[in-house]
Design a protein around this ligand. Structure first.
Ligand SMILES: Cc1ncc(COP(=O)(O)O)c(C=O)c1O
Length: 454
């Protein structure tokens, strides 16, 4: 069923309870307002359910895989059960391995470190830097931005047809763009990769929080995502998929937990037997709270039902898109066009406004938290803006004074915890700022646009 059909078929449910839903913030113009967190694509608020589960476990916290005591045993069980819950959530194959990491960035760097010798990597220039950059030590081919999902498949097929057919190859692709929110044709790209003897890793950082993801149905070889974007901000992420490359590689980190046996050699050195399970790449004390919180979020989303969650999110997307379309000065950024299926991540520019200025005014005058800048996707922003975008350092705010031509963008993003009021307030604020201007003056301080004091 398409996302639009799902949306049409469902009654719109209430948002899921998240932490921070009652937090108020001061307005520069006076008074306070409930904070509208509309930056889910960066980090989503914790689900109340996740927080409650973590709080209930916290008194029983103990070391994992290390202790003889009752709480260590309990924590070890909890950690391993979390692994199984997440494997189920992702619909992994029975022989897949799931490794708990720190984040999507960490997961993709782990996979990059485990590539077989002479592996060719194919990645679209439109990727988030976490998917774009870890492959620098491999033979990497950067593919030009496609303008339709079909063109993405054609571009990949052509690149793969030209490759050395005998060596190993990996395709890395995002499930949903962190800039446009558009869904990528993952199943088709996976089929193209496999037809040419390549493997594929799915960056599901922006997909997994919004859509059901099935490793088996999409037929991807690996999948990576972050807990903090999936309502579980306790420092863990996931890499799951084929065990063979992972087990043939050296451990990502050397240390305790990854090693089964360590012996001194006669020549004075040390021999190590590494584990052949997920533990091989989980050296050090595991982050049991991080893993448990991800499992809790997976259960909460599954129980809420993705059909219902998708329907609610599509309803919010529609409100934002219709609202922004009524403002001629606003240009929504898109690779695949208006009809492309998408998640609740929308980037735009406003004629005559510097994006940092606009985002600062949304925060200071309306209590709305969005993101401005280049979203760690510089080549994609260059394509979408048609200009050389400007940034000040990696993921930093662009250096531009208020009122200058926009060289970067504004991103609004939301999800399962977003009430209608937040997106309604956002749309009205955009309209008011464009027609009436900011009520306050702003200046650039350390590369960020901030309200002038006094
Ligand atoms: C599509 C995508 N991939 C990867 C990442 C990196 O995630 P993390 O910062 O959690 O490692 C992000 C973060 O914004 C993202 O949006």
């Amino acid at each position: 069923m398409s996302v639009a059909t799902v949306a049409a078929a469902q009654t719109i449910c209430a948002p899921l309870p998240v932490l921070g839903r009652d937090v108020t913030v001061p307005l520069v113009t006076g008074g306070e307002v409930t904070y509208a967190a509309l930056d889910y694509a960066a980090s989503a608020p914790a689900l109340q359910r996740v927080w409650d589960d973590v709080a209930a476990y916290a008194p029983y916290y103990g070391s994992v895989h290390r202790g003889a005591g009752y709480l260590s045993q309990l924590s070890t069980d909890l950690f391993e059960n979390a692994r199984r819950t997440v494997e189920e959530f992702l619909d992994c194959r029975p022989d897949d391995q799931l490794i708990f990491t720190r984040s999507t960035t960490d997961s993709l760097n782990l996979l990059a470190a485990a590539l077989p010798a002479d592996c060719q990597v194919f990645v679209f220039e439109t990727e988030h830097h976490a998917s774009l950059l870890p492959w620098q030590d491999a033979r990497v081919t950067y593919l030009n931005a496609p303008r339709t999902p079909g063109q993405a498949v054609e571009t990949l097929e052509k690149a793969l047809a030209d490759r050395d057919p005998h060596g190993p190859a990996l395709v890395c692709v995002t499930g949903a763009s962190n800039v446009t929110g558009e869904l990528w044709p993952v199943r088709e790209l996976a089929a193209a990769a496999h037809a040419h003897g390549a493997r594929i890793v799915l960056d599901a950082a922006q997909l997994a929080p919004h859509h059901p993801v099935s490793v088996q149905d999409l037929d991807v070889d690996w999948i990576a995502f972050s807990g903090h974007k999936l309502y579980a901000p306790f420092g863990s992420g996931v890499l799951a998929g084929r065990a063979d490359w992972l087990q043939a590689a050296d451990p990502y980190l050397a240390g305790g937990g990854a090693s089964r046996k360590v012996t001194r050699r006669e020549d004075g050195g040390v021999d190590v037997e590494w584990h052949e399970s997920a533990a091989r790449h989980e050296a050090g004390s595991p982050n049991v709270i991080g893993a448990y919180s991800i499992a809790s979020a997976c259960k909460a989303l599954t129980e809420a039902g993705f059909d219902t969650l998708v329907a609610r999110e599509q309803h919010l997307i529609e409100k934002v898109r219709v609202g922004l379309a009524e403002v001629p000065e606003v240009r929504v950024l898109s690779l695949f066009g208006d009809d492309a299926p998408r998640v609740g991540v929308i980037s735009f520019v406003v004629d005559g406004w510097n994006s940092s200025h606009f985002a600062a005014a949304l925060s200071a005058e309306y209590g709305i938290g969005v993101r401005d800048g280049l979203f760690c996707a510089h080549p994609l922003l260059r394509t979408l803006l048609g200009t050389d975008p400007q940034t000040q350092g990696e993921c930093g705010a662009p250096e531009a004074a208020p009122g200058e031509k926009s060289l970067n963008a504004i991103r609004v993003s939301f999800g399962a915890g977003t009430p209608d009021e937040h997106v309604d307030r956002f749309v009205s604020a955009v309209k008011e700022l464009v027609t009436a201007g900011a009520k306050w003056t702003y200046h650039t301080e350390n590369g960020r646009c901030v309200p002038a004091v006094g």
